[in-house]
Design a protein around this ligand. Structure first.
Ligand code: 5AD
Ligand code: SF4
Length: 449
């Protein structure tokens, strides 16, 4: 007999990617297999994001597109989970305007999927969303990881920072750290299964451990992970500048497996706007951090997140952001137009920036960001870079891809006499630089047939 199929579509950040891997793991344990397209599936789950308005609008567009599938196959189970449904307003909208949605699960109770699914199968329409997880962090949930060489490992959930624009603390709750022994056990198991690169995940990894009884912080956790045999590379995201300690900088410098890349969201280069954002650092504090990082780790790659058009942002504030980008010379940046989120402090601030002005600022900022990304890549021309192989590239099976420790994507052709496996390290000479990718050639010493 054929196994029944499921299809999960994920929106938003790596935390949602991780949750989707857990949802998939639970469905596999129930005997389902992954479908290639929604049309083949008997369960479809949409794992949603609400960090900006356009993520929500896209979700409703997708739901509309799925309606004909549900009409053609009334037995199809359609579920919506993730950050969006933590908001009562969105739940009401789903309940009233999308009657063909059978199942809604919040971010704190995804482990309840098997129970809730069986209720749906008995004919109920099930909406279950918790404000927090009173049962604590569920450990040892099944998980289906899509890659054999790389794994996302959540080290903490939630956020305490309440940046004034951000909905995340409202939908993901307060900070909860996993116990170091649980994290290490998971990473040892991953290493035993052949994983060589891990990304430690949390909304604010730099405050890891503050809520635990154990005497531990993020830099000590990194030191412990660094000891796990078989793990070659350690990445982490996201870091809040206000909690980036000198001991973390030293850990990044001294621990050989921790990659020389830091994603350090700045959000704005204007101290006045940073204060309104409730970021708890000034432009100068941030630039001082960058200086300390570069002193300790000269070849570190820095990337960031920036919001343009925050309420009250003047042209002068915006130009402060542009000048900060020039001063830091980022390797890359995710840039966003400010999007008011109901329930956050900034949504009710005065002086919202007109939409046209926001778009214009985004365009001008991206020109500068892209120029610096290209410049950083050009600096690598002719150098030898150690990459971790990911596999064939998305574009062509004949072209492989991998990443440098600094997280730059490198494409390369494989000599006919050579094979590589995902997770393997390889030396490449960089021969071409574009804004977002590099091209490399396998260097002589790696030629083995
Ligand atoms: N509008 C625009 N961008 C936002 N971000 C978070 N909230 C908003 C918002 N309301 C951005 C921040 C954050 C990234 C994940 O999303 O830059 O770092
Ligand atoms: Fe949102 Fe700020 Fe928390 Fe990041 S640190 S998740 S931007 S509130």
């Amino acid at each position: 007999m054929h196994r029944k199929l499921y299809y999960i579509q994920t929106f938003g950040c790596q935390m949602n990617d991780h949750d989707s891997q857990v949802l998939a793991g639970m469905l596999e344990e129930l005997g389902y297999a992954q479908a290639n397209a929604p049309e083949e599936a008997s369960i479809i789950l949409l794992n949603t994001c609400c960090v900006r308005g356009n993520a929500e609008n896209r979700l409703y567009g997708h739901l509309g597109n799925l309606k004909p599938l549900k009409e053609a196959n009334p037995g199809l189970i359609l579920g919506v989970c993730g950050c969006m449904v933590q908001q009562a307003s969105e739940r009401e909208k789903l309940e009233n305007e999308y009657p063909y949605v059978d199942l809604v699960i919040g971010t704190h109770n995804i482990h309840r999927l098997p129970v809730l699914l069986s209720m749906v199968m008995q004919g109920q329409r099930v909406f279950e969303v918790w404000d927090e997880n009173k049962e604590g962090i569920p450990e040892d949930l099944p998980i289906l990881r899509p890659e054999s060489h790389h794994a996302l490992v959540t080290i903490m959930y939630g956020c305490n920072n309440f940046c004034s624009y951000c909905i995340v603390p409202h939908v993901r709750g307060r900070e909860r750290s996993r116990k170091p022994e649980d994290i290490l056990r998971e990473i040892r198991n991953l290493a035993d299964a052949g994983v060589s690169e891990i990304t430690l995940l949390g909304q604010n990894v730099n405050s890891y451990g503050k809520d635990l009884e154990a005497d531990i912080d993020f830099s000590r956790l990194l030191a412990m992970v660094n000891e796990v045999p078989g793990i070659k590379r350690i990445r982490f995201t996201t870091s809040h500048p206000k909690d980036l300690s000198p001991s973390l900088i030293q850990a990044m410098k001294n621990l050989e497996k921790v990659c020389e890349h830091l994603h350090l969201p700045v959000q704005s280069g204007s101290t006045r706007i940073l204060q309104k954002m409730n970021r708890k650092y000034t432009r100068e504090d941030y630039l001082n951090l960058v200086r300390s990082l570069r002193e300790a780790i000269p070849d570190i790659a820095l990337t960031t997140d920036i919001i343009v058009g925050f309420p009250g942002e003047t042209e002068e504030d915006f130009l402060d952001t542009v000048s900060l980008v020039r001063e830091v010379g980022y390797d890359g940046a995710f840039t966003f137009i400010y999007s008011p989120r109901i329930g956050t402090a900034a949504a009710s601030y005065p002086d919202h920036v007109p939409e046209e002005e926001k778009k214009d600022r985004l365009y001008r900022l991206n020109e500068v960001v892209n120029a610096f990304a290209y410049e950083a890549n050009k600096q690598l021309l002719g150098s030898i870079q150690e990459i971790l192989v990911e596999g064939p590239s998305e574009k062509s099976a004949a072209i492989y891809q991998g990443r440098t420790g600094s997280n730059k994507l490198v494409h390369f052709e494989l000599p006919a006499t050579m094979t590589v496996k995902p997770g393997q390290e390889l030396s490449l000479r960089i021969v071409e630089a574009k804004t977002w990718t590099l091209t490399g050639e396998v260097v002589e010493k790696d030629f083995k047939s």
